[in-house]
Design a protein around this ligand. Structure first.
Ligand code: DQA
Length: 153
């Protein structure tokens, strides 16, 4: 069974009422529930955390190294400038996939750069809550390729 830590960054607790035309109408709890349901069918165990604080996100990444095989992370606005989150991912050495609900490349120029993406296996951006599902699929497919171990459905 693959174990994946899902991390939601700042302001994602506002989902559902925050710019729904950009981020969709699901709340974070609804996204987590859908994700958990899908993951269970796939034989993937997920733990999920949301924080508005950079240090808490850094700690969540460090703690994930004790039990998880990888990370799916939406760092929110921290994507664009948090070297602390970048260093944490590189530091623990867990494979990570960065996800965004919106297509950050179709938005304001300051969102076009992610300082996190270079330390990730890859990035999925623009598919609303499905970005998380696709990110999870991409990460587990990558883990399977690397290790030769298959998910047990
Ligand atoms: C976001 C994109 C970021 O630019 C923004 O600051 C967010 C959400 C997304 O999921 O589309 O908070 O990460």
């Amino acid at each position: 069974m693959w174990r994946i830590q899902v991390i939601h960054g700042p302001n994602l607790n506002l989902l559902g009422r925050r710019e729904p035309e950009l981020y969709g109408r699901f709340t974070l709890a609804e996204i987590d529930e859908r994700l958990r349901g899908w993951a269970q069918e796939q034989g993937i165990e997920i733990q999920s955390i949301q924080s508005n604080h950079e240090g808490t996100l850094v700690e969540a990444i460090q703690q994930a190294a004790d039990w998880a095989d990888g990370l799916v992370i939406n760092p929110g606005a921290y994507s664009h400038y948090s070297y602390a989150i970048r260093d944490a991912i590189r530091g623990v050495g867990l494979p990570a996939v960065e996800v965004h609900l919106s297509n950050i490349y179709a938005r304001e120029p300051f969102r076009h750069q992610s300082v996190i993406a270079p330390v990730c296996v890859g990035q999925i951006s623009g598919f609303s809550w499905h970005s998380y599902r696709l990110g999870l699929e991409a990460l587990v497919t990558w883990l399977e390729e690397q290790t030769g171990r298959r998910r047990e459905k």
